[in-house]
Design a protein around this ligand. Structure first.
Ligand SMILES: Cc1ncc(COP(=O)(O)O)c(C=O)c1O
Length: 299
């Protein structure tokens, strides 16, 4: 296949079977780790930037600005560079060392601030609203930008539907909630019998891309909507996430702890709701972006 721009490589990610005897259902993994920057956030990033360009909010002299737990920051650094923008991102303490190096490699300015993304988001908003900031920044605001769930509604969800028309359940994690909100919106319209199951971090657990809402992680408008759409949600602790991440790796499915959290959630959902047939779990990023955390599993 021939491609002419790296943006064309976003999406159309494969579904790979994860083999298990633990449940009656078949599990497929949607490998969002195979997007250009190795994460699901490439989809929302491209949608957010293109929408800003379309609406005249992103002339080339402006700096693209946003807050993130890491993967969106990587995506903005990468696509911003490719599209000829300067980028400034604020990440929170969940940022892995690998993602930090990635962001710097692609030349973005990086500040690490706060434990949750909304703290950085407030800072971005303050900067972008000053008279100087209005001239200087294009604040993408992934936590409130409707293009974030739209990206999954228009790309991720239809890809799953086309590849697996008889899918019976889909599980993914909630960070901003944008990805699963788009997926849930699509399937509740197209085929409401598909069970939507979401993963969140248990209290005291910090899994990137998997908010700990019990501990006060920010409830975005997408999570408010998603809570009305999903069929079930499960809290996953660090030990469960680690065990399941290692299980995936045994079959060459290489993700961060978010991947294990989602597998655990899907298996619990299948068991609780007696789900059969084809199911999908969405792996949010590549193990390569989490090696400094995954190394805890080296025996
Ligand atoms: C690894 C990973 N998976 C999933 C997600 C969830 O994405 P969303 O923000 O759309 O909920 C994120 C978001 O940061 C992530 O980093």
């Amino acid at each position: 296949m021939l491609y002419h721009s790296v943006e064309e490589l976003v999406g159309n990610t494969p579904l790979l079977e994860f083999k298990t005897n633990e449940v009656d259902a078949r599990i497929y993994v949607k490998l969002e780790s195979m997007n250009p920057t190795g994460s699901i956030k490439d989809r929302a990033c491209i949608y957010n930037i293109k929408d800003a360009i379309k609406n005249g909010k992103a002339p080339k002299n402006k700096i693209l600005l946003d807050a993130s737990s890491g993967n969106m920051a990587c995506a903005i650094a990468f696509f911003g560079k490719v599209m000829g923008y300067k980028v400034k991102v604020i990440c929170n303490t969940k940022l892995t060392e690998d993602k930090k190096q990635f962001i710097k490699y692609f030349g973005a300015e990086l500040d690490v601030f706060g434990d949750i993304t909304i703290e950085g988001n407030h800072l971005c908003k303050q900067w972008a609203e000053t008279p100087e900031g209005q001239q200087k920044y294009c604040f993408l605001d992934q936590l409130h930008n409707p293009c974030n769930p739209m990206a999954s509604f228009e790309t991720l969800a239809p890809e799953i539907h086309n590849d697996l028309p008889d899918v019976s359940a889909i599980a993914g994690s909630m960070g901003s909630g944008g990805s699963m909100c788009g997926v849930a919106r699509y399937f509740k319209k197209k085929n409401p019998s598909v069970k939507i199951i979401t993963a969140q971090s248990a209290s005291g657990t910090k899994i990137p891309g998997t908010g700990a809402f019990v501990d006060g992680d920010y409830i975005t408008p997408f999570i408010v909507e998603l809570r009305k759409l999903y069929d079930d949600t499960f809290m996953v602790n660090q030990q469960e996430a680690e065990w399941r991440t290692a299980q995936l790796a045994e079959q060459g499915i290489f993700g961060g702890f978010q991947s294990g959290a989602v597998l655990h959630t899907l298996i619990k959902g299948i068991q609780k709701h007696k789900i059969k047939g084809n199911t999908v779990m969405i792996i949010g990023d590549s193990g390569w972006k989490n090696m400094d955390k995954l190394k805890a599993l080296i025996k």
